[in-house]
Design a protein around this ligand. Structure first.
Ligand code: AVJ
Ligand code: FE
Length: 433
């Protein structure tokens, strides 16, 4: 690893820790240890878990050092205890957890300067550091979702998102043909994004923008939640059992609550806090469907003029503020048309940032998949129970967001910042033109 990589890792570790501290210092100790929803851990668990993963991978594995604390690994093993059970564990308290993550970080910064990095796949191009940075950022987004579920006065502040700069509506046509999906080059890409492979995608149409609150409201107003026709059998069963009548945090009177503030629903912002079942029902009502994961990625990355896949819709440069609504810079999705500089070559907008976009695809390994560095990151989740989401949300940091990045969750989940856009097959007359 070159000096540049060491410096980049140190800078990204510091930037990420600032975010974690902001999310945990924003609330008092009672709120830190409380479970705000059975779907979420207490914030103090996320904080110490982030430190524990950093200790396991960087201090012990990469650094070959003695444990900082050998006694707490099993408390912070996500596979040992369900989120709902974590408040009952003898967790580190707020002060202890803060001291623990600081001690781990001191060790990591010390070893980052000197550790031998040649010839080890785990540290090739700084991968282990990138993995741990992304892990912490992912938990920061999870903590942001916990903040959204928290009761009480608002504690988070951020400027409003940019206004729409350009009308964006309708669909883009994506001609059929091969494109390169996934990556073998991106240094910090996780195992499930690898390897790059060619996928033939039949022609399709995809919405140029995510589905907005106004569009989603029209589905609800048209009785979409009461009409079984639009729902799969399991979707309808869930809609009934959970008593769904609208997206999470909507009050049914034209307002929603965001991070403790009740506000009028902004009509041209992407809808957020919808489950895969709701997204699928909306798409059926609209005469469309969700895109497959391959369709989403082709619309986002394929450059037809160059005949190659880009890292991001706008090109190969890392995300800048004009490209996408990422990194908790704002506390909501931005209106459609707010990021013309982030559009893809096919003219599809806001694929990155704003809301995670549900796809129709179950989570699985690409051809040639190899678990790295541990099966528990991705492989144990492969199968039909999960659906893939793409593109990241306003709460996703750029370090954990790429054109190839894959997220996954259960079809009933909507505590994450989840939205969607629709796709459809071309009609015969649209192909013969
Ligand atoms: C990729 C967001 C589904 O939060 O369960 C965090 C990321 N993996 N710690 C999750 C993750 C291990 C993961 N998601
Ligand atoms: Fe984790």
């Amino acid at each position: 690893m070159t000096t540049g990589l060491r410096e980049r890792a140190a800078a990204e570790l510091a930037r990420t820790r600032e975010r974690s501290i902001g999310l945990t210092d924003a609330v008092d100790d009672d709120d830190l240890v409380r479970q705000h929803s059975r779907l979420m851990s207490p914030l103090v668990w996320d904080l110490a878990h982030v430190g524990n993963q950093e200790e396991l991978w960087l201090v012990r594995d990469v650094g070959g050092r003695e444990p900082v604390r050998a006694d707490i690994d099993q408390l912070y093993d996500a596979f040992k205890h369900a989120r709902a059970d974590r408040p009952e564990l003898p967790l580190l308290g707020p002060a202890e957890a803060r001291a623990y993550v600081r001690r781990v970080r001191d060790q990591v910064l010390d070893l980052l300067d000197t550790v031998e990095l040649e010839g080890r796949p785990l540290v090739e191009q700084g991968f282990a550091f990138g993995m741990i940075i992304q892990h912490e950022q992912q938990h920061d987004e999870t903590m942001l979702a916990t903040h959204q579920l928290r009761q009480g006065d608002p504690v988070l502040v951020a400027p409003p998102p940019p206004r729409s700069r350009q009308p964006v509506s309708g669909e883009a046509f994506i001609p059929g043909g091969a494109f390169e999906m996934g990556t073998s080059l991106e240094a910090w890409a996780l195992d499930n994004e690898r390897p790059a492979h060619t996928v033939h995608v039949p022609p399709f149409f995809i919405d140029r923008a995510p589905v907005t609150n106004a569009q989603y409201q029209a589905f609800a107003d048209a009785g979409g939640y009461a009409d079984q026709r639009w729902w799969s059998a399991s979707g309808w069963a869930h809609r009934q059992a959970a008593g769904l009548t609208g997206p999470g945090h909507w009050h049914g009177d034209g307002t929603y609550t965001r991070f403790g503030r009740r506000e009028p629903i902004v009509s041209d912002e992407p809808v957020v806090h919808v489950s895969w079942h709701e997204a699928s029902a909306y798409a059926a009502w609209a005469g469309k469907r969700l895109p497959t994961e391959a369709e989403w990625e082709k619309a986002a990355r394929h450059d037809p003029a160059a005949g190659r896949s880009r890292r991001f819709p706008w090109g190969d440069e890392d995300p800048a503020p004009e490209h996408a609504n990422l990194g908790q810079r704002h506390l909501s999705p931005a209106p459609v048309g707010a990021y013309p500089a982030g559009a893809s070559p096919y003219g599809v907008h806001q694929l990155i940032g704003d809301v995670w976009e549900w796809t129709s695809s179950p989570f699985g390994g690409y051809p040639g998949f190899a678990a790295f560095p541990y099966r528990e990151y991705s492989e144990v989740f492969f199968g039909d129970e999960y659906r893939v989401l793409r593109g990241g949300s306003f709460g996703t940091d750029a370090a954990a967001c790429r054109g190839t990045f894959r997220n996954w969750d259960y079809p009933v989940r909507r505590q994450i910042f989840s939205g969607f856009r629709c796709a459809r097959d071309p009609r015969p007359e649209e192909l013969s033109r």
